[in-house]
Design a protein around this ligand. Structure first.
Ligand SMILES: [Mg+2]
Length: 370
């Protein structure tokens, strides 16, 4: 107990002096579509499939006003906003823009951790331009992104990742917000637990059962209590509730798996139809492997039936899968025994894990600031 009391409100000097920026493009896919098609500007736009089982991948701010958001079923989105315009995604375009903005980041720091195509953490404690103010860097980056892509990004600046990400959301869209070490602990007090890094719906529910709804509630629990209920995540929550998060920005963030899945317009009933559908997913996964040099040993197949029952089958080889045809054979071998099926197949997914880079890359020239 003594240690905890002393730890209360205590932030190490090193942790306080980091400068982390979280950059998040505003309604990225939808903004790109509005940029490239003037007819879509000012209108509620959803990127994603309009078909019966489609899902909204991104919604424009005009659509959000109607309650449309990403991951929402297209049918529901359409109901909420009858004028919603559906646009097919163009991932190659999004990817190209994503690389463009990463080039901008790279002019400031090599320590870039992308979270997705439109979001990244940057550690600018030490930066390539010798700029002392992280806010100035963030402003420059936002201006550069706007000039080069005609798109807007929001920035959050803080002394750790958790707070930087929180900050980027604060003045969205096209905004910037700074959370200083003095503000951090206070800011998390009123924060709902769902906003804490790593707290998903299941954990939030568990916390609710334990009477923990906000950062302040979390702070009132002892380290031992949090460890007992949340195991390894316990210490993270303990510190996060005090505005402390020492996770480094990982430039070389290693993916644990690479996967693809598809929900079909009409259920599949035969092995042949499913095998054809699987081939497309294998192509996607293999495309990633080829592009990145990453290889995996474990292939997992996910099958969701019309009644939403879901099964997974997986197999781990002795050695890495090195060709596309090996990957496909393995996929088919997992798929075939599932047939005949009683219920139609609604979704298929494959993911490759136990990943390793085929050739080792040279070590990063820059080390993380402590
Ligand atoms: Mg975004």
């Amino acid at each position: 107990m003594g240690t905890e009391e002393r730890a209360e409100g205590f932030v190490t000097e090193a942790a306080r002096s980091r400068k982390i920026i979280h950059i998040d493009m505003d309604a990225f896919y939808a903004s790109v579509e509005q940029r490239d098609n003037p007819e879509l500007r000012g209108k509620p736009v959803a990127v994603g499939g309009a078909r019966e089982r489609g899902v909204v991948a991104a919604a424009s701010y005009e659509a959000r006003k109607f309650g449309v958001h990403s991951a929402m079923a297209s049918l529901i989105a359409k109901r909420k906003c009858p004028e919603l315009i559906f646009v097919n995604p163009r991932f190659d375009v999004y990817k190209a823009i994503s690389l463009q903005i990463r080039e901008v980041f790279a002019e400031y720091t090599p320590i870039i951790e992308p979270l997705s195509l439109d979001e990244a953490y940057l550690d600018v404690t030490e930066n390539l331009k010798g700029i002392i103010s992280a806010t100035k860097i963030a402003e420059e980056i936002r201006a550069r992104i706007r000039a080069e892509t005609e798109l807007t990004a929001s920035a959050g600046i803080s002394y750790n990742k958790f707070l930087a990400k929180l900050a980027s959301d604060h003045r969205k869209p096209d905004g910037l917000f700074v959370v200083t070490p003095e503000m951090g602990p206070k800011l998390v007090e009123t924060l709902p637990v769902r906003k804490f890094h790593g707290v998903g719906p299941a954990t939030a529910k568990k916390m609710a059962r334990l009477g923990i709804a906000t950062g302040l509630d979390l702070r009132a629990r002892t380290l031992a209590f949090l460890q007992q209920h949340f195991a390894k995540a316990g210490p993270y929550y303990y510190w996060a509730a005090r505005g402390v998060d020492e996770r480094p920005v990982r430039a070389d963030r290693i993916r644990k798996s690479v996967g693809a899945e598809n929900t079909f317009a009409a259920d599949l009933f035969t092995y042949e139809a499913a095998r054809d559908a699987l081939r497309e997913l294998i192509d996607k996964v293999w495309g990633y492997c080829e592009g990145s040099g990453i290889r995996g040993r474990t292939l997992t197949l996910k099958v969701k039936f019309a009644n939403f029952q879901q099964i997974t089958r997986s197999r781990t080889g002795q050695v890495q899968i090195t060709t596309r045809s090996e990957l496909e054979q393995l996929g088919n071998a997992l798929l075939e025994p599932i047939f005949p099926v009683a219920k139609g197949v609604r979704l298929l997914g494959v993911s490759l894990s136990s990943l390793a880079v085929e050739e080792t890359e040279p070590e990063h020239e820059f080390s993380l600031p402590i």
